[in-house]
Design a protein around this ligand. Sequence first.
Ligand code: A2H
Length: 255
Amino acid sequence: EAVGPQEYTALKLKVKEWAPEAGEQIKGKVPEGANVYFVPATLRPETMYGQTCCFVGPKIKYGVFKVSDKEFYVITDRAARNMAYQGIFPENGVYEKVAELLGSACVGTLVNAPLSIHKEGVRILPMDSVLPTKGTGVVTSVPSDSPDDFATITDLAKKAEYYGIKKEWAELEIVPIISTPSYGNLAAPFLVKKLKISSPKDTKQLEEAKELAYKEGYYQGTLVIGEFAGEKVEVAKPKVRQQLIDAGEGFAYSE
Ligand code: A2H
């Protein structure tokens, strides 16, 4: 756990098509024509090219919060309260919830993930280890560089029926985002294999893989995709973040 304040990048994933249950639940509560966004918080904005899906906790309760007549965010109540004191909603300290959604009802929703190579959109999928007490309770998935994400999508694809999802939702192409001297250009799949991680429940090994991937990616990594390809991660990271913010596709969020 980090000691100081965490500076996240919150990313706006616009809903293109609701899963039937969630669509039913927001009916009449969000104005026709308004945009609704799932808003994951990430520490690795430079990896956003590699998003293949976005996770919610199936048992977590989310709110749909009004930012303006045209914009609504799906996040936890806790995150909305924090955001209300960070100038993200129009009035300081005030946040308006127009609907509630259980994570499980959102599974299958198609969203547009900024910067992702998957322009057709990515799906909202379930992840049991999402903590309701961290970030926004929404976690975008970058399986090339996050061992947790790779272990989870592997499990989802293996047990698609059990999870009530289409297998192909968990099988979008994984392409190299960051090249590293020790783990090649797909650090997370490499480390998951190397540490013999066979399920998202192998929490101890995943903790180790996460630590190794993070250090190597951040200090030794070079981006191999996008506008900043060829630049060191340390250098490119703030640039990608700023670009997302300038494009209105993300914003700073801290806690
Ligand atoms: B990271 P820290 Cl490529 N529950 O984003 C569980 N995990 C959460 C979360 C929650 N409520 N909110 C955010 N996270 C994840 C990208 C990424 C991340 C990569 C590699 C490592 C990595 C894509 N997923 O995180 O405890 C988010 O996943 C490794 C730590 O606040 C976020 O960044 O330090 C990170 O954990 C924040 O974790």
